[in-house]
Design a protein. Sequence first.
Length: 189
Amino acid sequence: MKKLFEAFKTNYSITSLNLYNTNIQNEGIKYLSEALKINSFINSLDLSSNIIQEEEMKYLSESLKINSYITSLDLCDININIEGIKYLSEALKINKYITSLDLYNNYIKKEGIYLLGEALKMNSSINSLDLDGNNIQEEGIKYLSEVLKNNNSITSLNLCYSNIEHKYIKYLIDVLQTNTTLTKLNFDD
């Protein structure tokens, strides 16, 4: 893996890197993160279905703070824990280039939604957010809704299968009454 990612430091033709289910682990993420600090052509990164724990997310987040070329980040089904969400959220507060963030099926709970919400308050580039398959619950959707009331960048939000009871849709209704940029909302359990 080291040699592969070393090549990305000087490669000028690869714009999309799909590492779906490649079992990339600690050292691989570390080398990838170093390459992403330098590479200015990769604009789409898919790390879905890999297990990316706290230390790996720390490496990746450090590179996302610097990288100004990745616009699409797919972190579906990576078993991200709360510490990983902290690192990612800190990076999103700084990164102003990611426009699409996919966190499908990570079982992110209200604590993680709170951290992401704090990042969304400072990030005006994300326009597509996929939280499908997470464990948002009442407090999470309540907080996310408060953030979305004042968010002028998210146009697409996916909340399917996020453990949000229908009685909590009232929080989303409040968003729809004030937010004029949200044009696509998926909500299905």
